[in-house]
Design a protein around this ligand. Structure first.
Ligand code: NIG
Ligand code: FE
Length: 388
């Protein structure tokens, strides 16, 4: 077994309570990796010897970003729809079916190539764990195919057959398909199931339909996630609490009852709230209030939602910057949400932190502090640290 010592770390975020502040920060730190895991972490002066050494020369290091919400398997492009939105058109979810048409027409190799390029793009910016959803197939063979392809790049795959009702399809027949043959074909390739619960959208699912989808998925052994309260108020948050979902995602429009229910559930492992501020940026919508949730005791995650419709970016550093600039987060809250928060949204305890035993997923920042992620928005400072 080879041990690898990382030195020259001006600021190290560990999320280890033995160390200082809300992020378990060590200044002038070193870290030892053995067999892909963190074996030692602490002040450089007391670091043990190791077989190899990498010096990061006064940079900041944090756990690799955990992007717990993406839709990375698709074909086609909807830049025209984005431009129309910027000229005043609203987002309704109707464009999803354009991506479905392009995705169905693509070959496996085409989809694999696009997916691989997006994963590489994310990794180059410091993301080391990714969740990937289906949802652009919307029939049994295509949903199954998207999950098979997603499984090639991550164990965190999510069945989203209930993304929208395909045009011209009877709603209740489609819910029967999703909860029956589609779920049966997809469950072997998925860890999670998700539903676009948005009663205000003619394309998405109402509370009862969403409950039917999630209940069937839970019976098939899948963990639950919910797209809810994105375009307006709705039952998504309360459904996520009621059904014990791991995460409520978007959560842009929460009322006091929703926040109280989420806060109450948070005391016994209730849903993480995953905020996706790239969506508000790219749909020109009001941003959610993360501070309100954090102050209520709710664990918040930040993720990209990377998809061709509402937010076509893989950049977790941008999410940290938006969290600080627009969601009322402190720098520490945003950094936690993009790392430990994402890990908790995926119920993973081996990533999102750098305590001894964690996977040695490291993000290095070309700056002396992690504050620079938000202080220098849009500057490509973060990358995954590859140890060789
Ligand atoms: O998370 N809200 C639903 N689904 C995606 C958007 C998908 C699309 O427009 O292609 C989202 O924002
Ligand atoms: Fe999404």
């Amino acid at each position: 077994m080879t041990s690898h010592l990382v030195t020259g770390i001006a600021e190290l975020v560990t999320h280890d309570e033995r160390f200082a502040g809300p992020l378990g920060t060590v200044r002038g730190a070193a870290l030892v990796v053995e067999d892909g895991r963190v074996a030692w972490v602490g002040p450089a002066g007391s670091a043990p010897a190791a077989d190899r050494r990498t010096d990061v020369d006064g940079r900041a290091v944090l756990p690799g970003f955990v992007d717990s919400h993406t839709h990375l398997v698709f074909a086609g492009d909807r830049a025209d729809e984005f431009a129309q939105r910027m000229a005043g058109a609203p987002y309704t979810g109707g464009g999803i079916t354009r991506t479905v048409t392009a995705t169905r027409a693509a070959t496996d190799d085409d989809l694999r190539g696009r997916l691989g390029a997006l994963v590489a793009e994310a990794r180059a910016q410091g993301t080391t764990t990714l969740e990937v959803k289906s949802g652009y197939g919307l029939d049994v063979p295509h949903e199954e195919r998207l999950l098979r392809l997603a499984r090639e790049v991550t164990p965190e795959t999510t069945f989203l057959g209930a993304h929208v009702v395909p045009p011209g399809t009877d709603r209740s027949a489609y819910v029967d398909l999703v909860t029956g043959p589609m779920l049966a074909a997809c469950a072997p390739h998925a860890r999670w199931a998700d539903v676009f619960c948005e009663p205000g959208s003619p394309h998405a699912f109402d509370g009862d339909e969403s409950r039917a989808v999630l209940t069937a998925a839970a019976s098939a052994g899948l963990g639950l996630r919910v797209h809810g309260n994105q375009l307006g108020p709705g039952p998504g948050a309360r459904l996520a609490v009621e059904l014990g979902a791991a995460s409520l995602d978007h959560a842009t429009h929460l009322d006091d009852t929703d926040v109280a229910a989420l806060a109450d559930a948070a005391r016994h492992g209730g849903p993480v709230v995953t905020l996706l501020p790239g969506v508000e940026l790219s749909t020109r919508s009001p941003f959610p209030d993360a501070r309100r949730l954090v102050d209520a005791g709710v664990e918040v995650a930040l993720a990209t939602d990377c998809n061709p419709g509402t937010c076509f970016t893989t950049s977790m550093p941008l999410m940290v910057a938006l969290g600080v600039a627009h969601l009322r987060m402190t720098v520490e809250q945003a950094v936690r949400a993009a790392t430990l928060g994402g890990a908790r949204a995926l119920r993973r305890d081996d990533v999102g932190h750098l305590r001894v035993g964690a996977r040695a997923d490291l993000c290095v920042v070309d700056a002396p502090t992690v504050t620079h992620l938000a202080y220098r928005p849009g500057v490509p400072l973060a990358r995954t640290l590859e140890l060789r």
